[in-house]
Design a protein. Sequence first.
Length: 626
Amino acid sequence: MTLAPRPAAAAPALPYRPYLSALLGQARGRWRNATAANRLAQAVEAALPLIGAVPPGVGPRTASVPLPAVRHGGLWITTMTYRQVTTPAWAVAVGGAAAPQDISEHLVVIACKGDRTAICGSDTSIYGALHRAMRPDFDILSHADMEAAFVGAEAKAIWMSGVHARTAVKPTAKTLMGEALEYALDPLGDQTFYFSAMRSRVAFPIGGAVQEKVIGVAPGQGRVWVGRPSDWTAFVTELEAVMDHAAAPGRARSVLFDALARTVPFAGVGPPESVAVAPPDLFSEAEVEPNARETAVRWAYEVGLVCTPTGPLGLTLAATWQGLPLGDLAIDIVPGGDKHELDGRWLTTPRHATPAIAAEQDAMREDALRLVLEKTWLRIYFDTGEVLAGGRLFRPRFRDALFVYTPRDFTGYDVDVEKPVHTKTYPLVRAIAGLDANGNRDTSLFAWVVERMFLDARGVPYGWLASDDGSMEFADFVHIDDVNNIVTLVHVKAANATGPRHVSVSAFEVVVSQAIKNLRHLDHVHLHEALHRGQKKKIARAVWRDGVRQINRAGIIRAALGLPSGYTKRLVVLQPQLTEAERLDCENKVATPKRLDTKARLDTLLNGARLTAMAVEAEFETCTAL
């Protein structure tokens, strides 16, 4: 069948309102615009009746003939509909009566602009098969291009899959939901996870204006989803914007998620060692066809697989299902540029004497080829430590994760002096941010906290500030911003007084430990109790409101008790031992090997403290000195 393009005049809007979920690709060779859309439509039309025809309960799809491509906006578009008949998983045919059937009507929209293509289907479970049907004339967009275009900031959801060895103490997959998940990632524990899909905020031009939208993307599958536009015209406009955004040159991928596992080339990889079946987590996006959830459970938890390597890129699996032999499955790994493929064939196919059981064996073997291999559910572990997961090769290794420091300016203050000189007759409460016991202006770090740490845009102090220095202290200072509802605990430690201020772990260990042990006081009830309990201590008179000294803690106690639910919690370790110049020398690898190693250990210590603070919904901060 040959479809001739219509004239270039824009077509009227269609009576459709599709969900914008697209499989993005690129045409090879001479295919462009209308010819590309028509060629792709032929491939889709031919593939639809074959998708899902083998598993029990899935009937053929009956597709309409695609119309020749016409221009809608800046896109050349053709559409087709198809009917799908399935038997519900709960239905059983009894006697001669047929089981109930579900009948679904689906829409496929094929759009092209130049050599860029998009397939939008109301049933996204067909995308995997359509990817295969597109070859050899079309490719899906590469993982790198999809990630660079559609992974932004403020991630709302991340589906992650682990590439570590299976263990009882660590999940094999997890899903995170939140407001800005790039800050919620564990820079240590999440290094053995990669993200298979993500929803994040992406800015791109739509209809002549830059808009921010929460976009979902599965980079390894060439998939992106946005939502359901208001009508056909809005759908065409947004789809064209998505395709243009994917095609924009010179875009770098986001570094916000570099804590996650990274791919490696196949060079130097040893033979396969073991395997596991890990179905995709993205079931909420209908990633698999109907009834495949049960198939996923079978292969993930009920099938036994014994791996025998047959070469550096080959293996044979002896498969059993609940003690029932399925046979020997030979698998060849075919390395590719962006994604590695798995080719498989059954070497042996034992059949049970009972016809019904033999049919189950046949169905399971077909599932192995159609789902486990073609959909890259199979995870392969190599004896050199690499893991092939989702068609990509990873090498799980601990990487030093940089801690993000906040530069602070301590000009005019002594970073090696924690608190002012004081005596029993001239107590600390009198000396802080005033004159010390020797009659000199206080230039200690305590004074810096009072005078410089909590300033608004005009340089004016704001909020309640109190010191709790002394035995059984919960922090050196507590600050309550009762306008923005933020509580900050500050733990202060002076830098080393002698020698150059090189990076040091020991300078942080005690103060970080003290800060973590007192995290409970970020809870406003515990904070109120601690402030109230210490009212009779001398240090209880070290209280400021908007930079003005108060006579007691009464005001800050009321502020602690009056904090609303959902207030922000911050934990700050003020230790200016690490200078900004030293941090840069270490991170640019120009410091000595000993200092580089010390910086890596310090980052690990502080990242661990940050994770502990995150467990109580608190931000953790420490500084470098400018």
